[in-house]
Design a protein around this ligand. Structure first.
Ligand code: CMP
Length: 144
């Protein structure tokens, strides 16, 4: 199958009713949804997901925010999916994200930036994050 990338609508995106809008954007782009899960993260899962930021000053706030309400975790498949999704998501800071990107259109600030997507630069990030959120049998193979 084509490349798979991990994406998650954060609690602010869920609260603001942006799940449908975000799913639509990836569908319109021609990416294939192969897994989706609506989940309330506990502290343990949040800390392992964001483990690379453990030493950052914003870590505690990040864990608190990401566990503050449900998230919608997804796996999208397609040619060069990680890079495609990152381009559609925009920069970490919404004020640096051009209009037309998800964070540029909906993000409020660094913390409340609506969506998480696996890092293109970080090899293994996708596999790690997909494994953390999904069992193998929750990823569905089908033709689009
Ligand atoms: P995300 O792509 O989910 O990965 C780490 C998150 O930390 C990032 O998006 C931001 O939402 C959040 N964050 C909060 N404060 C900062 C900061 N000062 N610098 C970078 N990321 C931050």
């Amino acid at each position: 199958h084509d490349e798979r990338t991990f994406v998650m609508v954060k609690p602010d995106g869920v609260q603001r009713g942006l799940i449908g809008e975000i799913v639509s954007r990836f569908e319109d782009r021609g990416l294939k949804l192969v897994a989706g899960k609506f989940v309330q993260l506990d502290e343990e899962l949040a800390k392992s997901h964001y483990g690379e930021h453990e030493d950052k000053p914003f870590f505690d706030g990040l864990v608190e925010f990401i566990t503050s309400g449900p998230v919608f975790a997804m796996v999208w498949e397609g040619a060069d999916a990680t890079r495609q999704v990152r381009a559609m998501v925009g920069e970490t800071d919404p004020t640096e994200s051009p209009p037309g990107t998800i964070r540029g259109d909906f993000g409020l600030d660094l913390g409340h930036n609506v969506i998480h997507a696996s890092d293109h630069e970080d090899e293994g990030a996708n596999e790690r994050e997909i494994d953390l959120f999904f069992d193998d049998d929750e990823l569905v193979d089908y033709d689009l």
